[in-house]
Design a protein around this ligand. Structure first.
Ligand code: XIL
Length: 311
């Protein structure tokens, strides 16, 4: 039969996954990653705490190993991420506010320069909004206010002009207060000529709760002239997963894939991880799991066949 990546490519799109460094030693998982997916996101290895654990001391080895895996299997890479309040080392989170801008610019420049030409896209800014559409009051916002978005995007663009530059967030998949706030920010950045290229919809869904207006929401961002990507798809189930739940999950995956393929500027879908055995979901949302298209033995689930036929 065909594969997710072949079907996506036939549609002018990609189908991606995410791996952690430790996953590179898991034979079943890496075999599926290489066979089925043509885009790869490092789950943790390009985050600030790994890349720059102390000021100006850069550690690119773990990220380089993910990039090497991608290259050797013909996959492109989504760089993830440059600026985020989480997985931010305490030295950066606790900087005097008048030193934050230069630390942020140095970090972005060093990382985006190191990976120049090797990443298809960067999540330049990750998760900047609260659920009500207000800004997270992290060190970047406290130091620079709204101005940090333009500054971060311009700095990344200067370092790697070939990469598509994204803002990525969760709970922005449907039309709601949070996605409305992001929409206004995106429109304003574009009006100022800031090199924003895309919007990442993380898409960490709960079974049966894919928003009915997902496609409409993708379309409104596309209408601004932006690419849109589903960047971290999973669909968590209360454990143990029943047969009916796995069927609902198949419907959920099909709905997400169809919402993307219906909008020409929706460039691809990435699942967050390969299989249920290595997914981040059970550790973060206890009692839930079975959130991916592959079971714990790397066998395809109903969601896999549904995603494939929706492409
Ligand atoms: C998660 C990783 O998968 C975990 O291993 C880590 O402990 C926490 O971060 N949104 C994001 C991702 O943008 O970076 C997160 O990844 C999942 C939520």
């Amino acid at each position: 039969g065909t594969t997710l990546k072949a079907a996506a490519e036939a549609n002018g799109r990609y189908f991606g996954t995410a791996l952690e460094g430790g996953d590179l030693g898991a034979p079943g998982e890496t075999a599926v990653a290489a066979a089925q997916f043509d885009m790869l996101t490092p789950a943790n290895e390009m985050k600030w705490d790994t890349i720059e654990p102390s000021p100006g001391a850069y550690n690119f080895g773990p990220g380089d190993r993910i990039v090497q895996f991608a290259k050797s299997h013909g996959m492109r890479v989504r760089g993830h991420n440059l600026v985020w309040q989480n997985q931010l080392p305490s030295w950066a989170a606790n900087l005097p506010l008048n030193q934050v801008r230069s630390a942020m610019e140095s970090h972005i420049t060093a990382e985006a320069t190191h990976y120049k030409g090797q990443v298809y896209a960067w999540d330049v800014i990750n998760e900047p909004f609260n659920g009500d559409g207000s800004y997270v009051q992290d060190v970047f916002y406290r130091a620079m206010g709204e101005g940090y978005f333009a500054d971060a995007l311009r700095t990344a663009h200067a370092a790697d002009p070939g990469a598509k530059l994204y803002i990525n967030d969760y709970n922005i998949e449907g039309v709601n207060a949070k996605s409305d706030a992001l929409y206004r920010l995106a429109r304003s950045l574009l009006a100022q000529g800031v090199p924003l290229g895309g919007i990442g919809l993380e898409s960490h869904f709960v079974l049966g709760q894919v928003p009915a207006d997902l496609q409409a929401n993708i379309q409104r961002f596309a209408n601004l002239g932006l690419d849109v990507a589903v960047t971290e798809l999973d669909d968590r189930i209360q454990l143990p997963a029943s047969g009916a739940a796995l069927q609902q999950q198949a419907a959920d995956y099909a709905a997400v894939v169809k919402a993307c393929t219906a909008v020409s500027r929706c460039v691809g879908v990435s699942q967050w991880g390969v299989d249920d055995a290595h997914s981040w979901i059970p550790g973060t949302f206890p009692g839930t799991g079975a959130a991916t298209m592959y079971d714990g033995n790397d066998q395809p689930k109903p969601a896999y066949y549904a995603a494939l036929s929706a492409l």
